[in-house]
Write a protein that binds this ligand. Structure first.
Ligand SMILES: *Cc1c(COP(=O)(O)O)cnc(C)c1O
Length: 378
């Protein structure tokens, strides 16, 4: 069976974890946490990056820093992971969905403005498959209406939009280092902060509402509880695992992009003949090979396709059930405008096996099974 995902392991992870143990520092904000956040700051030219316990906790922190009041409205796509919406809910905001573009599966920047009311406080974008949203238009709309922009860049580590790293364009950016992402620490993430005015409160939120970070730096002589917060600081053991990968970040990125290109070239003939649709990468976007997807005719064909792939030794997956049609989405959120593409396009999409170290042999096997499916069925 060819797996859909294999969690990344580059080789040096265990050596660094052992170092953390020998340093007698396995809780957070030790050597490896600092190495990782400094690396992210300098590589992406970010003012401040804080490692977190997950992509979800980075999103939670971003929403708390925006200081939403009960009933404030936050615009986001419905085609995204649940965390994008749950983070809004726990901060007191109301998620308001708008439709996506069928070409990139990202929020349709042309449909955002119609959803803005006097209660709107922010736009949350999600860069699907590491391919950027149309950020110039989105930042311009946000600026005109005085809205915050939060980038759910969980899938966007190492991707760029007009040369700028995803996660660093909006007010806040959130990465995920879950085992399904391009770089991993098991469970983990990072928050990118654009405006230094938020740095201090971010550190406090992350340290259970205390100013312990300031204390550790020797800036104060005792620490105390001063704000809301939670346990968003990851263990050194997890940071040590991530550090091994950051040191070969380019190699990992190139490996995934090479697999992505092989799929793309091999499946183009099927696209020409109208049997599948392949991902679109706008010219201003450099992506990171996070996901390779195909789109089939409709839900029935996708179901048949996934079953056929499985029966032939290839594990494929689909996502997302649009949030507005999920039980919690119906209860807490609303969709603004028409659902022209969100449901229809999400039902057509299927993801192929994609991970660091996918062999050419396995990739060719996946392609061969896909071709067999279309010979069989059309
Ligand atoms: C993975 C992911 C998250 C959540 O990240 P965790 O680290 O698992 O909490 C959030 N948003 C998107 C779009 C994701 O793909």
């Amino acid at each position: 069976m060819i797996s859909f995902n294999v969690p990344i392991f580059i080789g040096d992870e265990l050596r660094y974890i052992e170092q953390a143990v020998k340093n007698h520092k396995i809780s957070g904000d030790g050597l490896f946490t600092k190495k990782c956040s400094s690396w992210l700051e300098s590589r992406f030219q970010a003012q401040k990056v804080l490692l977190t316990t997950s992509g979800t906790s980075a999103l939670d922190m971003a929403m708390f820093l925006c200081d939403f009041q009960k009933g404030d409205e936050i615009i986001l796509p419905s085609y995204t992971f649940s965390s994008t919406a749950t983070s809004i809910l726990i901060s007191g905001g109301v998620p308001v969905f708008v439709d996506i573009r069928p070409d990139t599966m990202n929020i349709d920047e042309g449909k955002i403005e119609a959803a803005i009311t006097e209660r709107t406080k922010a736009i949350v974008v999600m860069h699907y498959a590491g391919i950027a949203c149309e950020m110039d238009s989105i930042m311009e709309i946000a600026h005109r209406h005085n809205l915050k922009v939060i980038e759910d860049a969980a899938q966007g580590m190492m991707s760029t939009y007009k040369g700028r790293a995803l996660g660093t364009i909006g007010d806040f950016g959130c990465y995920s280092f879950h085992e399904t992402k391009n770089y991993s620490m098991g469970e983990g993430g990072a928050l990118v902060i654009k405006n230094p005015a938020f740095n201090e409160r971010a550190e406090i939120l992350r340290e259970k509402g205390t100013n312990r970070s300031k204390f550790f730096r020797g800036q104060i002589d005792k620490y105390t509880w001063i704000d809301i917060g939670s346990s968003y600081l990851p263990s050194e053991l997890n940071a040590a695992y991530l550090w091994a990968q950051l040191q070969c970040a380019d190699e990992i990125n190139e490996n995934r992009l090479a697999s992505w290109k092989k799929y793309y070239e091999a499946l183009r003939p099927l696209e020409y003949s109208g049997k599948v649709a392949l991902p679109t990468v706008p010219p201003e976007c450099q992506h990171n090979g996070h996901i390779f997807y195909l789109k089939l005719l409709n839900l029935q064909e996708r179901t048949k396709f996934i079953r056929f792939m499985n029966d032939n030794g290839v594990n494929c997956a689909f996502h997302y059930v649009p949030l507005h049609s999920a039980p919690a989405g119906k209860k807490y959120c609303r969709f603004c405008g028409e659902d022209e593409f969100t449901t229809r396009e999400s039902e057509r999409l299927v993801r192929l096996p994609m991970y660091y170290g996918l062999t050419t042999e396995d990739l060719q096997k996946v392609v061969a099974v896909i071709k067999k499916f279309f010979r069989r069925n059309f």
